[in-house]
Design a protein around this ligand. Sequence first.
Ligand code: GDP
Ligand code: MG
Length: 166
Amino acid sequence: RSGFVSIVGRPNVGKSTLLNRILGEKLMITSDKPQTTRNRIKGIHNVPGGQIVFIDTPGIHRAKSRLNKFMVDEALSSVQGVDLILFLVDGAVDPEKESGMIKEVLSGVDAPVILVLNKIDLIPKGELLGRMSCYGDTYPFKEIIPVSAGTGDGVEQLVKLVHGLL
Ligand code: GDP
Ligand code: MG
C-alpha cells in the first residue's frame, strides 16, 4: 500500500513533531517559533509492501507578508492531489474557534481527511470526547484520532489507520 499523505494545520499545532515521531528520526525542524517549516519537506515511511510519502507543510494562517502568503498558498495547494490528508489541530484550543478555518481549507477536497487532535497531554481527560465530537460536527472527517506527538501517545494507532486507508 502506497500513497501521498499531506499533513496540514495551523502553525505550531505539532505537524513537524508528529512527522518526526512517525518517521522515528529527527528529520524535520521543529520550534516554538511559527513558520519554522518554510517549504514542503517529504518524509518516507516504509513498511513491508508499502511506502507512504508524508508532506510536511507550513502552517495555515492569515497571511500578512508576501512570504507568509506564499507559504499559506503552498499549504492550501497541498490538500489537492494527495491520497489522504491529516488535519492537525491543537487539542488545547477551543474547537468552535477552528470550525470556520477548517471548512474554508477543506472545501472542495475529495481525499479522505483524518482529524488528528494533537497535544492531548495538555488537556484534561474529561474534555477529550467533547472536543472530538465538536470537530465531528464541523466536517465529515473519516476518523478523529487523539494523539500526543510529544509523548508518542496514539501515534502508532494513527500510522496503522493511515496504512489501512491507503
Ligand atoms: P508545526 O509548526 O505545526 O510544525 O509545529 P512543531 O512540530 O514545530 O511544534 C510546535 C511546538 O509544539 C513545539 O514546541 C513542540 O515541541 C510542541 N508540541 C508538538 N506536539 C506536542 C504535543 O503533543 N504535546 C506538547 N505538549 N507539545 C507539543
Ligand atoms: Mg513545522
